[in-house]
Design a protein around this ligand. Sequence first.
Ligand code: C2E
Ligand code: MG
Ligand code: MG
Length: 423
Amino acid sequence: MPNRRLLLDRLRQAVASSTRTERHGALLFLDLDNFKALNDTLGHDIGDLLLQQVAQRLVGCVREGDTVARLGGDEFVLMLEDLSENSQEAATQTESVGEKILAVLNQPYQLDAQRYHNTPSIGVTLFVDHDGSVDELMKRADMAMYQAKAAGRNTLRFFDPVMQAEVTTRVALEADLREAVLKGQFVLHYQAQVAGDGRLTGAEALLRWNHPQRGLVSPMEFIPLAEETGLILPMGLWVLQTACAQLAAWAARPDMAHLSIAVNVSACQLHHVDFVAQVLAVLDSTGARPHHLKLELTESLLVKDVEGVIAKMTALKARGVGFSLDDFGTGYSSLSYLKRLPLDQLKIDQGFVKNILTDSNDAAIAKMVVALAESLGLAVIAEGVERQEQSDYLALQGCHAYQGYLFGRPLPIEAFDPGTVSA
Ligand code: C2E
Ligand code: MG
Ligand code: MG
């Protein structure tokens, strides 16, 4: 089977000929899922048997002129030539070869006395007319293969410029985010929470990233990445510390002492072993009163280790910390879990509030959340309230706590609380 050098040679020729014929070619990077585990458990001889059989099957999937090469380890590369001039069609042709490979490699293997099942992950890039160097093409197919792995393996992914752009942005954002954590580029904004009579009862703390070039970056843009990379842990701790320090400062001010602060908590924070200890340590070190701290959880938290979550909530609740279920209605909480969680409040998702006056389904859901809260003995608050009519309608349904632009936008602390003495 051709090795890397021979493959690169053939790829160079293929690119040249595609430039002449204007026909597409395709490069497929293929990696066997869990091959290392097989090698480690059954030994290298069995591993080699698998590689031989994979190679045979791959050769059976392509046409005469196509190339099947082994890069080393469990990595194979296939090169298809003379595909359509039309890139959509070429993609479809490649896709069908890819699907065939997936099907064939999913068939059980007989390795000595062992019957064995294995799957591949495949990355694909098309080429035509010199649109990239040979190295560049190899890199693209390799990147697409990692996308296939990330998508859960046993699947095929295409590389395309949109994907490239996504990858590049992500890498840059991640580097920036790491720096932001080190340099402390975050700020908290506070958004008013009010009671039915308009009285201020507290605020939700909302994270902002004050980036030197990008400006103020929305959490929608960086929280998901922070969660994926684990950076949410130091960031979340900073949010908690800042909010608790604010609570402590308010406690000393008769006009502000009654206010609570709601802090958003990501699933990975709560699932972290030290979470309870960290929250308690922050309460201690800042002197914040636990009854004024409300942690906002989302339903996605309940996908995993519900028992553990309940235990942690119960431990914090014993110290007075409150819990609100954010974005309620958008997830898939089982009602039986809901009953067992030591919650204090449900937060009607802004998506339902938005169309509450025009969409009868959304209105019905909002109404149902209010009724559910009532029957579970929980408070309820609506978020994203922008218009008086929405607030009036919610009041009619029995919801008497609100948050939204109607009452105030998220503001830096100096604007939210003009009485703030800056450090
Ligand atoms: P969320 O917790 O559901 O926060 C409510 C979002 O709705 C906020 O967006 C807020 O600015 C926005 N909002 C408030 N009132 C209105 C309104 O009347 N109309 C409209 N259209 N929007 C309104 P933001 O600040 O961009 O935060 C987005 C999400 O980012 C938050 O959703 C929360 O899930 C997450 N997030 C924010 N801060 C933190 C944090 O410190 N930690 C974690 N883990 N997540 C955070
Ligand atoms: Mg929230
Ligand atoms: Mg929300």
